[in-house]
Design a protein. Structure first.
Length: 278
């Protein structure tokens, strides 16, 4: 194992990594930050078109010792390892309490037409989702439910926002994600691929429980999730094959976006596994 390179706070590598906290630099460099052991571990094991996703890893001596397996995986992936002080890690990190590992990763998004051609059975479409924490959590929920893909429309938050990356807890590296797709294009092309498009809306005409009982949720499905505050605009709801609400059986006023997305995605996943299509 070659000795890692010592890095000072004035290093050009530190400055290059630090600027990835800003979207314009992420887009220019096509690089983003993954922080913490879980995200870095997943990045180290990920490849896209034969190219390793993790290009650099900054680590404190303590973290390098604690997570020796991650350091080994990063080296096997060809990443350049930088041993850094806690001050340097704090300078790069976007978290209040850094965990001693910050990876620099290549973009991992997939072309939307490739996702459509793969004939997906379960897709999450984020339309007008602006909160990065919610976006990352929905991505994580889609991953956990076994979805085939996630689509971030052009009106949604940046997939590589540091808060979104943290909230996904490594799911950025698990399933295809398309970015920058107009919602109208996403819905139209998914429909053409034989995917039923269902808009999730608290005021939806159809009840999710009733739809499950009716056996209409077992086929290929794309769920469209809207803005945290005002949901989906009428023109987007009108494009969907159905507008479905998650029933509220208790006294809660509503569900937040990520919770509702988890309920919807798991409902479809179960219906598909049990052959609930008609």
């Amino acid at each position: 194992m070659p000795a890692p390179e010592l890095i000072s706070p004035r290093s050009t590598r530190v400055a290059a990594a630090r600027r990835l906290a800003k979207r314009n630099f992420r887009g220019k460099d096509r690089l983003f930050l993954a922080e913490g052991p879980q995200a870095v571990r997943e990045a180290a094991g990920h490849r896209s078109d034969g190219v390793a996703t993790l290009s650099e890893l900054f680590t404190t001596p303590e973290a390098a010792e604690r997570y020796a397996d991650i350091i080994d995986a990063a080296q096997e992936a060809g990443a350049r390892i930088h041993l850094a002080s806690e001050d340097v890690i704090a300078d790069i990190s976007t978290t209040v309490t850094p965990q001693g590992l910050v990876g620099v990763c290549r973009f991992v998004d997939s072309p939307f037409d490739e996702i459509v051609r793969s004939r997906p059975r379960l897709v999450a479409v984020l339309a007008h989702v602006r909160d990065p924490g919610n976006a990352g959590t929905v991505l994580r929920c889609a991953d956990a439910a076994g979805a085939d893909a996630v689509v971030f429309t052009d009106a949604s938050v940046d997939l590589y926002n540091p808060k979104a990356v943290r909230a996904s807890v490594g799911s950025h590296f698990h399933l295809p994600v398309a970015v920058g797709v107009p919602v109208e294009t996403a819905i139209e092309q998914l429909k053409e691929a034989g995917v039923r498009v269902v808009a999730a809306d608290g005021a939806g005409e159809d009840d999710l429980d009733d739809a499950l009982d009716a056996g209409t949720m077992g086929g290929p499905t794309a769920w469209v999730f809207g803005n945290e505050a005002w949901g989906l605009p009428e023109e987007t709801r009108a494009l969907a094959d159905a507008v479905v609400r998650v029933p509220i059986h208790g006294k809660a006023e509503s569900l937040n976006l990520a919770t509702a997305a988890a309920v919807c995605l798991y409902a479809s996943a179960r219906a598909q596994r049990t052959g609930g299509a008609r």
